[in-house]
Design a protein around this ligand. Sequence first.
Ligand SMILES: Cc1cc2nc3c(=O)[nH]c(=O)nc-3n(C[C@H](O)[C@H](O)[C@H](O)COP(=O)(O)OP(=O)(O)OC[C@H]3O[C@@H](n4cnc5c(N)ncnc54)[C@H](O)[C@@H]3O)c2cc1C
Length: 422
Amino acid sequence: MGVRPHVVIVGAGFGGLAVARGLDKLPVDVTLIDRQNYTTFQPLLYQVATAGLNDADVAHPVRGLFHRQHNLHVRKGEVVGVDWDRQVVRLADDREVAYDHLVLAMGAVATWFGVPGADEHGHPLYTLSDAVTLRNHIIERFEAADASPDLVDEGELNFVVVGGGPTGVETAGAMAELFARVFRQDYPTIPVSRARVVLVEARDALLAPFSKASQQAALDTLRSRQVEVRLNAAVDDVTADHVRFADGETLSTKTVIWAAGVTANPLARALDLATTRSGRIEVGRDLLVSGHQNVWAIGDVAAAPARKGDAALPQLAPVAMQAGAHVARQIGRLLEAKPTQPFHFRDKGTMATIGRRSAVAELPPRIHLKGTIAWFAWLGLHLLYLAGLRNRLSVLLNWFWAYVTWDRGPRIILHLDAEPKD
Ligand SMILES: Cc1cc2nc3c(=O)[nH]c(=O)nc-3n(C[C@H](O)[C@H](O)[C@H](O)COP(=O)(O)OP(=O)(O)OC[C@H]3O[C@@H](n4cnc5c(N)ncnc54)[C@H](O)[C@@H]3O)c2cc1C
């Protein structure tokens, strides 16, 4: 790698990719490490889980993104530790990678809030394999009900979504649409109208960060599409065949989709760095990790300070992307012996889709959109940020096809757990 400083980036998600791209023109060598050979566009995972998109539409091989960036090497590997004194990153295969600058961008994982059984029986929606596993599971429930219609009475077609944030709202809305429009025709012999989608939220409103008007719009739309929304309701216990709510009521179900929140990647704590109570790495305003001069943390794994107050910036893609670009600039400044600058997040707004021709969008300073116009804004923005032209075209075609025909894409059960051949 010569004598140029070596920047190692852990994680090729929104944040890691932004750092890598920002280092393109700098006199550094870059190694981008990810445990997967692809990057995942998490905001569209729920569409994979509900048979709206193919799995490969929302993932892109990392190497394919950097053909023209000659100072960057992609490495597939799982980081398991860092030796801070020797400045080396340790991988699961016992190999080591030395760094001059280290950027930690390994994202978050689902959090179960200590609810008994949630970890074992709940379905998280954080990775591509989570989405495919969930899609398999949902279709399997309908296949089982088709083979034994009595199972419907036992709750085979009851689907519980825990968490009324954007992921929960989007998933519940998409499932209701899939059942009403597609499964009704796929499974003509079972009473698909008896399939229940129950969205459970512990607070008194859906979409917590949104305005009251947007929250109400989401609630009204979901209810009009036959989603049972339970506000001020918490799940206390999850088993293989039911959930129990905090008020003691139980509901038979074999499907609990856990969209209740995320926590920082546990590697953050394992690295012995200062972390917040939620496990996010403490960083200064310039995004340097507390107590380090050449270690940075960005995105979901970091607690980047907001401009006002003590709160950290939210775990959202734009925060990770802007932080990644900022860190690349700061590394450039340090190479020129200039001081680092504070990170200022520019909030360009938030959106959530509820289903066909229905979304809410809130853009600064006070533009609130809902319905069809917000839905088109949501579609356009997600297409723009999706990695790779081929993926964008494929997603566009899928959406266009679904819009025109009301049909859905890959309703296939795909189990990839066979033993690999030597
Ligand atoms: C279902 C879902 C929907 C979402 N919808 C939205 C949305 O609509 N809008 C929005 O703004 N945000 C959304 N988010 C949040 C957004 O996806 C995250 O804020 C964003 O991905 C954070 O970027 P990141 O770079 O920190 O982490 P990630 O994008 O998660 O990337 C982390 C990378 O690190 C890799 N990694 C992890 N551990 C290791 C290790 N030990 N060694 C090597 N590699 C490792 C992972 O494989 C991954 O590629 C959503 C999240 C989810 C889960």
